[in-house]
Design a protein around this ligand. Structure first.
Ligand SMILES: *[C@@H]1O[C@H](CO)[C@@H](O)[C@H](O)[C@H]1NC(C)=O
Ligand SMILES: *[C@@H]1O[C@H](CO)[C@@H](O)[C@H](O)[C@H]1NC(C)=O
Ligand SMILES: *[C@@H]1O[C@H](CO)[C@@H](O)[C@H](O)[C@H]1NC(C)=O
Ligand SMILES: *[C@@H]1O[C@H](CO)[C@@H](O)[C@H](O)[C@H]1NC(C)=O
Ligand SMILES: *[C@@H]1O[C@H](CO)[C@@H](O)[C@H](O)[C@H]1NC(C)=O
Ligand SMILES: *[C@@H]1O[C@H](CO)[C@@H](O)[C@H](O)[C@H]1NC(C)=O
Ligand SMILES: *[C@@H]1O[C@H](CO)[C@@H](O)[C@H](O)[C@H]1NC(C)=O
Ligand SMILES: *[C@@H]1O[C@H](CO)[C@@H](O)[C@H](O)[C@H]1NC(C)=O
Length: 790
């Protein structure tokens, strides 16, 4: 009998001795938790669950999203997030329709079954046992559901770990059976509301590598083979001080499993709907699941991710779109995060020479092309037209390539790539861009466009003449193209200055709809108008919660402005190095979150977004804080926008040099690791609340060297913390932050972590070894005065 007492939002379970008398009293049901076992003859009905002894896992019936279908599964209990994190599903493709008349039953003969409303078995383990009196189904603390004889517990009759669905948790084995030559497969859900097997699967191969497959046949990613320590292409999957991966191979099977030494760490590796595998770690600090890594890094690199005739947008956010002339095959599936069904033609082909082509620039062409030996674009086109199953062609210096059947894996690139011509019915072309061979049409189109443009200009001119305060806003992509006049009005003739730097000053402004904005008036732009617009629209496509959002720009003659969201709490330096005491010092938690958020923003810039932007000017002045002190990296993309001028100013500017990596000064090519260095310098300042270099008693003192030496000599890490915090900091977080900082400012860029690794170190997922004392600081100490920040 079990009793359950509710206290606040915590459940306390008291287990009494006689599990045989297990009864689901209505009281126990009310708290939706009973015991961790079911005995022969007993069943579990709709509202009942069993919970593992430690309280981490729960078994019961669940209903994904708005679905009308129900499933039996195991999930992390509500200690782990508000929404249910399902890790295992029994009847993934035999859903239950009427939940309240269905049950899970452990039969006396040892078979575990789910009975539907007509008491017909819709799922079963197909097991038998003669030990009906001592038979039990137990949900273990590792999340494994085990059917066994209580008197002989080492003999397992059936276990859920042998039938994983899409999630691999610590302790479970991913196996390859050498005798049957079959692997246990983790298969993605069909969509976010349907756990039935989707298109993507992860499995171990006979030569000890992990592979991800599309539709069970097409491999699009591999881990590389096990080298004794880890997998060659997934450095994330190596044993570390907090967890280990073990690979076991004997004559019958090979398998891989992983364990955390700290049994309370919760982790899961999942084959996601996107076709990526993702490792999540539960972070007690933030009370959320955090994605630690994913492979492939971008969904666009997943085979068939956008389905036939879908296009993956590799420029922005890896979203899928249908090609022009096509529509979603099932909009419902697309809305449930499953675009893999792809797109279908809006209008059927006529299958005659009358069909036409839509030209698409900067495309990564579909897979499976067929070369065709012709010597002109026109012949390539007619070769395609002549075969009804030909759907696209490319003609370039390599020659003519044709595609038959479905077009898969098309990606939109920002530059380069192919000029792809996709076949559509004649009626689809009139509404879209025509290919350039049709000269008369093109000329007409241009003339038409010009006429239209003229009309728009006249309209704007008339509007402007009417002296309206409303803005004449032109939109370019997601960006607003402001006129100089608009911005002048919005900023009350540039009256309120927020700050100024080497590249121009920043002013506050208010849009007519009372949105606050910040506008940066750029100086020293030598770029032409066209290139400026191109660069700006690139920056405009980059969105991340830890990056300041570019709203728009202005480009009129030599007047160039960038318009950003306004950030209430200004920049980090104004909080760290306070000149007056009107503001309270930032507490540790806030500092830690700023460090982490900034690292995430930079990791995104470096590794995840399409352009791989090196910021080049990370310093507290460029970290802005919104109303909730969420950090936003500002000024990214300026390096490219300003070109050579940027690095000239940067390397000579006072107040910036203290953050510059040695390679800036030595003239070696600058990589993303230069940002890591500057970020590390800034971390020290976040810890200490003071500039790294300060003049004391006529001597320059460098905080990083001082701090690293102090900690290396065995002093408590709290001794290097900003005095104003009076030691109020989480020592573990501080240690991680300090170690990350030291590793970031290593002389040799190969020794510095990537920003992605920094995030993992800060989160405590990657353990950083005690760092060596950074060497070049010694050199900087002998440096000139220009290194000292003003
Ligand atoms: C199950 O729980 C729901 C919601 O708490 C309740 O409405 C329903 O009556 C319960 N059904 C049974 C059979 O206990
Ligand atoms: C129960 O399942 C069986 C087998 O799948 C099916 O034939 C029957 O229609 C189901 N009963 C109901 C009421 O859905
Ligand atoms: C049990 O047997 C049925 C029929 O042979 C089969 O379809 C089903 O997959 C089996 N169940 C399990 C869990 O292996
Ligand atoms: C997956 O493969 C099966 C045959 O193995 C085929 O019938 C099915 O159409 C394929 N699915 C897709 C989406 O191509
Ligand atoms: C990994 O850790 C687990 C749990 O601590 C331990 O049982 C196992 O032997 C370790 N494996 C290796 C290869 O070190
Ligand atoms: C492999 O399987 C055979 C037959 O089932 C068994 O006797 C042997 O012990 C197994 N070997 C290992 C290493 O488990
Ligand atoms: C069209 O091309 C496909 C693939 O090359 C070929 O199998 C088919 O026979 C061709 N059809 C015609 C009508 O030429
Ligand atoms: C020409 O197009 C084909 C087909 O997409 C592509 O593989 C090849 O790289 C292209 N060649 C050049 C020089 O761009």
């Amino acid at each position: 009998m079990s009793l359950c007492v509710e206290m606040g939002d915590k459940l306390l379970f008291f287990f009494f001795l006689s599990p045989l008398l297990l009864i689901f009293s209505s009281k126990a049901l009310h708290c939706s938790a009973a015991a961790d076992t079911i005995s022969a003859g007993q069943s579990l009905t709709a509202n009942q669950t069993i919970v593992s002894k430690g309280g981490d896992f729960e078994l019961g019936f669940f209903t994904p999203g708005k679905s009308l279908k129900h499933y039996l599964g195991i999930w992390y209990t509500k200690t782990y997030g508000q929404s249910r994190t399902v890790i295992w599903v029994a009847n993934r493709d035999q859903p239950i329709i009427d939940l309240f008349s269905s049950e899970l039953k452990l039969l006396e003969n040892g078979n575990l079954v789910i009975l539907n409303e007509s008491k017909v078995s819709i799922w079963s383990t197909n097991t038998t046992s003669t030990a009906s009196d001592s038979l039990e189904l137990i949900l273990g603390d590792d999340g494994n559901l085990v059917l066994r004889d209580r008197l002989n517990p080492s003999v397992i009759i059936w276990q859920s770990f042998d039938h994983l669905t899409d999630t691999w948790i610590p302790g479970a084995k991913l196996k390859y059976d050498k005798r049957t030559k079959r692997a246990l497969k983790l298969i993605s859900w069909k969509n976010s509301e349907d756990p039935s097997p989707g298109l993507f699967s992860l499995e171990l191969t006979s030569d000890s590598a992990f592979v991800i497959m599309w539709n069970g046949s097409r491999q699009y990613w591999t881990s590389g083979i096990w080298d004794g320590q880890g997998f060659s292409l997934v450095p994330e999957m190596k044993s570390r001080t907090t967890f280990n991966y073990s690979f076991i191979s004997n004559e019958n099977e090979s398998y891989i499993t992983y364990h955390f030494y700290d049994k309370t760490r919760r982790s899961r590796i999942k084959v996601d709907l996107s076709g990526q595998i993702k490792h999540f770690l539960w972070l007690e600090v933030t009370k959320e699941w955090n994605q630690v890594w994913s492979k492939p890094i971008k969904p666009c690199d997943v085979y068939g991710y956008c389905g036939p005739f879908g296009r993956c947008n590799n420029v922005e956010d890896s979203s899928c779109q249908c090609l022009q002339g096509f529509k979603e095959q099932s909009l419902e599936d697309w809305n449930l995060d499953d675009p893999s069904g792809g797109c279908v033609r809006k209008t059927p082909l006529q299958c005659q020479a009358k069909d036409n082509f839509i030209q698409m620039l900067n495309m990564k062409s579909p897979v499976n092309s067929m070369p065709f030996a012709v010597d002109s674009s026109a012949n390539c086109k007619s070769a395609c037209l002549n075969n009804c199953s030909c759907n696209a062609y490319v003609y370039n210096s390599t020659g003519c390539s044709l595609w038959y059947g479905d077009l898969l894996n098309i990606q939109q690139l920002d530059n380069g790539g192919d000029e792809l011509f996709v076949r559509v019915a004649p009626s689809e072309v009139s509404s879209s861009k025509k290919e350039s061979i049709h000269r008369p049409v093109t000329v007409c189109a241009i003339a038409g466009t010009l006429a239209l443009l003229g009309l728009v200009l006249v309209a704007i001119w008339i509007w402007g003449r009417r002296g309206s305060v409303e803005m004449s806003i032109a939109v370019e992509g997601s960006l607003v193209a402001f006129t100089y006049k608009d911005l002048k009005i919005a900023s009350k003739n540039f009256s309120e200055i927020l700050g100024s730097g080497a590249f121009g000053s920043v002013f506050k402004g208010v849009l007519p709809d009372s949105t606050l904005i910040a506008m940066k008036k750029l100086e020293g732009i030598t770029q032409g108008e066209k290139q400026f617009r191109a660069e700006v629209s690139t920056i405009g496509t980059i969105h991340h919660v830890n990056l300041v959002r570019l709203r728009g720009f202005c480009s009129e003659g030599n007047k160039r402005l960038l318009v950003y969201d306004y950030m209430e709490n200004r920049s980090l330096n104004s909080h760290l190095f306070r000149k007056d005491d009107s503001k309270a010092a930032l507490d540790w938690k806030t500092r830690y979150n700023i460090a982490l958020g900034t690292a995430r923003g930079l990791a995104y810039l470096h590794e995840e977004c399409r352009y791989c932007i090196i910021h080049c000017d990370i310093k507290p002045e460029n970290i802005l804080l919104d109303a909730d002190f969420v950090p936003k990296v500002a000024d990214f993309g300026l390096a490219k926008l300003l070109g050579r001028e940027f690095s000239r100013v940067l390397t000579t500017m006072r107040g910036t040099r203290g953050y510059l990596a040695p390679e800036w000064i030595s003239g070696v090519a600058v990589t993303a690791k230069a940002d890591v260095y500057s970020y590390g310098m800034m971390l020290f300042e976040i810890i200490s609340g003071r500039r790294n270099s300060q003049l004391e008693d006529g001597k320059i003192e460098y905080f990083p060297t001082w701090a690293a030496t102090k900690v290396a000599s065995g002093e408590n890490v709290l001794s290097i913390l900003d005095k104003q915090l009076e030691g109020n900091a989480d020592a573990e977080e501080l240690t991680r932050t300090f170690r990350a900082a030291c590793w970031c400012i290593q002389d040799d860029e190969a020794h510095r972590p990537t920003m992605g690794q920094v995030v993992q170190i800060l989160e405590g997922f990657l353990e950083a070894r005690p760092p060596p004392i950074p060497r070049s600081l010694q050199l900087i100490m002998e440096g000139e005065e220009t290194y000292i920040s003003s």
